[in-house]
Design a protein around this ligand. Structure first.
Ligand code: FRU
Length: 322
């Protein structure tokens, strides 16, 4: 009987990928690691709400590239395919699997708050990326300031339109915090100007929904000066609707995200007049995860800087937000 654990232990370590150099020494006698043993391999669960938009594909790619620099980290990705119930289940699965740390970019604030609180109660640190939850039961939030971006977009639009004009606002999912904050910021940015928001709709961050909403706006209004969409896929959907109606030259289009291969490329092509960068925070999430896993304290909130891109500044790499 007594020889069995001695043979089994190395096999288990190999199966878990935990053998080899640079790891903590195996506990004496081949038994399970005692509380004193220092962990040197970590599993991170990454719960992504959707991979339908290029921006989220980029976020996962940034996380993977940063984690690949650290052989002690293994990241398991789950994609909820824009379904809140799926995402709740994914968080619960990560908790039952006992991951060492959870990163989540939640689809909506309210429904994801409770599963994250349960992860925290189970002793799993949680980094919330880009969209917020309700309350503050998480370890660290990382994201750009959506109110500031919305306000800067509003002020830029007022300036670009010479202080007046008819505007369409295509909003991001209003049960997610970036949609709420970009809307509030935008309205602050245009307050007191002669801009008139003649049509607003929730396009849920999705290009096809933005295109449909824009078709309604075009049918109702025979003149539109500018479309402000809360993300670049939304602005592009609106552009496609206007183009199909032969009206794309009548108006300007402004979006948010500023990916080089998406929004910035649209600015270069003259499709968008401006895009405001929304950094994914993927690399910062891994840097913060490492600190947490090594027992260091991290700030409760990390705010990422943003830039904006227009025809005038795009070749110089855009400009920081004022
Ligand atoms: C992608 C996306 C981005 C947007 C972000 C807001 O799903 O809609 O376009 O900036 O999410 O959370």
């Amino acid at each position: 009987m007594s020889f069995r654990p001695i043979i089994a232990a190395p096999l288990i370590l190999v199966a878990l990928g935990l053998s080899g150099c640079g790891k903590s020494p195996a506990p004496a006698g081949g038994g399970p690691a005692g509380p004193q043993a220092r962990k040197t391999q970590f599993v991170i669960g990454m719960s992504q709400c959707n991979l339908g938009e290029p921006w989220r594909v980029q976020m996962n790619a940034n996380i993977k590239a940063a984690a690949d620099q650290h052989p002690e980290l293994k990241v398991i990705f789950k994609d909820a395919q824009n379904d809140t119930l799926n995402q709740r289940a994914h968080v619960e699965e990560f908790v039952s699997a006992g991951v060492d740390l959870l990163i989540i970019s939640p689809k909506e604030a309210q429904p994801l708050t409770e599963p994250v609180a349960k992860a925290m109660a189970a002793g799993i640190p949680v980094i919330v990326l880009d969209r917020r939850l309700l309350g503050d039961d998480y370890t660290c939030f990382i994201g750009a300031d959506n109110k500031k971006i919305g306000k800067a977009a509003g002020q830029w639009i007022v300036h670009r339109l010479g202080g007046k004009g008819k505007v369409v606002e295509l909003k991001g999912l209003m049960t997610s915090t970036p949609g709420q904050d970009r809307h509030t910021g935008f309205r602050e940015g245009i307050a007191g100007s002669g801009l008139d928001v003649i049509f607003e709709a929730d396009m849920k961050w999705l290009e096809p929904d933005a295109r449909k909403e824009m078709e309604s706006a075009l049918a109702r209004f025979d003149h539109i000066d500018l479309v402000f969409a809360h993300n670049d896929p939304g602005a592009h959907g609106a552009y496609l609707a206007a183009k199909a109606a032969g009206r794309e030259k009548e108006m300007l289009f402004v979006g948010i995200d500023g990916l080089p291969q998406e929004g910035v490329a649209y600015v270069r092509q003259g499709i968008l007049s401006a895009t405001f960068e929304y950094p994914t925070g993927g690399a910062e999430a891994i840097a913060t995860a490492l600190k947490i896993l090594q027992g260091e304290r991290v700030p409760k909130e990390i705010t990422l800087a943003s830039r904006f891109f227009t025809k005038e500044n795009v070749e110089r790499g855009g400009e920081p937000l004022p």
